[in-house]
Design a protein around this ligand. Structure first.
Ligand code: LFR
Length: 491
């Protein structure tokens, strides 16, 4: 009777899923309850998320659980970072949340730094400067005299906002709030000078809680809608990347991770924040980890590049990721490169055109076919991983022996091979559902059936068979690295 099940709601910036996790004999078995797209919705040039659609996906998933007579002990929600929902005094959401891809924050950091200098913001928060961080999104609302700003009662980050809709209790969970660039990296509380600059105070947020905190039971309304009476909602590591990193099947400390989805998040774990001139210059972030450790990492534009191209290729005929990878494999290697993190790829009207223009402007071969474009993306990503890994090794106090690739992107064997070749170190790929696993295992910890990170990672190792990619052809990749670097330095 040592069998317990938990429901993970894992919402990425492109798609979401509900996964049922059952733990038995130190193994975690996953069952997919539902999977659905999470589209960005454009209205009058502004980009939004559909909060109620996401809420309804959770309700539908719970109904599904109920209809299969599955018993779940608790539910936990993780999502992409930085975005938030504002609620009024009447506890109702004040308009749909903006998506972080919205262009209105593109100039926001510079404007904010006239109030508090860039170095100071970084020294306090340790968070990499990205225009869409919550700090800059809120400052933009203030700056444009948004009609909702004066009537905001609570600002809840996406996972906390959805938990609020389910329970009626407002919390601010540590890992997701760390992405805001509003927390003091050392005290893990909101920094009062940053809040002041936004004309806000601590009361505008929920109670600060750490992963594992029980938020509450589902509300009477949710009970009626789902037919489920008793279901605890647990604050897991609300930031998807934090949940994923927790479920890395690492055996020791000598590893770097690459959480591969819409974004590629590459980093290492650290006991304490690493905030110095070097991390400032390299723009590395210190996000909160599920177990209180720090995720020292960097955002790299990841599968977003392929996802956006795929939409265009699908206009004529159905296209799968297998098709794309197969076409890339058949294309000529090392023809042209991009800097995946160039701002021109953040939210282009057409990704294929953006890549072609980039190659034209840098005097390179202009990729035409699906295979050429995909090859250019995959090779450029592999080189970008090599570049960031070298910076990480500079910052790390230990030698990095292997790279753990986790998340949906870890299923791409071609990219795993490219990456191992480029970095000259073994790549260990999997689990692809690391985020859902981390989410579930934190709920298991809250339920008292798992003790710590070591045990969590042992369970992950017991439950999956990761794929290892040994580096080959590294001298060949090395010989093309300078071509990539020249392009990278250009734009
Ligand atoms: C990945 C992720 C990244 C965050 C980005 C935007 O899904 O959470 O960690 O920087 O989305 O929120």
């Amino acid at each position: 009777d040592n069998l317990m099940s938990f429901l993970a709601i894992d919402l990425g910036a492109s798609s979401g899923r509900a996964m049922l996790g059952t733990i038995q004999n130190d193994q975690l078995e996953l069952k997919e309850i539902s999977r659905f797209p999470n589209p960005i919705i454009e209205v009058n040039n502004r980009l939004y998320w559909d909060l109620f659609y996401l809420y309804n996906q959770i309700i539908t998933s719970l109904r599904e659980v109920k209809s299969h007579r599955l018993h779940v002990t608790s539910l936990g929600i993780d999502t992409w970072g930085v975005d938030f929902v504002c609620f009024g005094k009447d506890r109702e959401p004040l308009r749909m949340p903006y998506s972080y891809r919205d262009s209105r924050t593109f100039d926001a950091p510079e404007r904010f730094f006239s109030k508090i200098p860039k170095e100071e913001v970084y020294r306090k928060t340790g968070i990499q400067i990205m225009n869409f961080n919550t700090l800059f999104q809120l400052d933009t609302l203030l700056h444009e005299n948004s009609s909702i700003y004066p009537v905001i009662n609570k600002i809840l980050f996406m996972p906390d906002a959805l938990s609020y809709l389910l329970t009626g209790t407002a919390v601010t969970e540590y890992t997701i709030s760390s992405t805001s660039q509003m927390l003091d990296a050392y005290t893990q509380n909101f920094d009062s000078s940053l809040l002041q600059a936004l004309q806000l105070d601590g009361n505008h947020f929920g109670m600060l809680v750490y992963p594992g905190h029980k938020i509450g039971n589902i509300s009477p309304s949710v009970q009626r809608l789902t037919g489920i009476q008793n279901l605890s909602v647990i604050a897991v590591a609300g930031h998807d990347t934090a949940s994923a990193v927790l479920a890395t099947p690492a055996k020791d400390e000598n590893f770097a991770y690459l959480s591969s989805g819409t974004w590629s998040l590459m980093g290492i774990e650290s006991e304490t924040p690493v905030i110095n001139d070097e991390t400032f210059r390299l723009n590395f972030t210190n996000e909160g980890g599920a177990d209180g450790s720090i995720r020292l990492l960097k955002n790299i534009c990841g599968m977003w590049l392929i996802e956006q191209c795929k939409k265009e290729w699908e206009n004529n005929q159905p296209v799968t990721y297998e098709d794309i990878v197969a076409a890339a494999k058949q294309s000529v290697p090392f023809k042209c490169f991009i800097n995946p993190d160039s701002p021109c790829f953040a939210a282009p009207g057409s990704m294929t055109t953006a890549i072609q223009s980039y190659c034209k402007e840098t005097n390179q071969y202009i990729p035409q076919t699906m295979g050429e474009l995909a090859r250019c993306i995959y090779e450029s990503l592999a080189f970008r991983y090599k570049q960031v890994l070298a910076d990480l090794q500079q910052l790390a106090t230990f030698p990095i022996h292997i790279l753990h690739i986790i998340g949906g992107g870890s299923q791409n064997k071609l990219l795993n091979t490219f990456t191992a070749n480029a970095i000259g170190k073994p790549v260990v790929a999997g689990p692809s559902e690391a985020t859902a696993m981390g989410n579930i295992l934190l709920q298991a910890k809250a339920a008292g059936i798992v003790n710590d990170k070591q045990e969590i990672r042992q369970i992950v190792r017991n439950s999956i068979e990761p794929d290892t990619f040994e580096p080959e052809d590294t001298p060949l990749w090395e010989s093309h690295y300078s071509d990539y670097l020249n392009v990278y330095r250009n734009i």
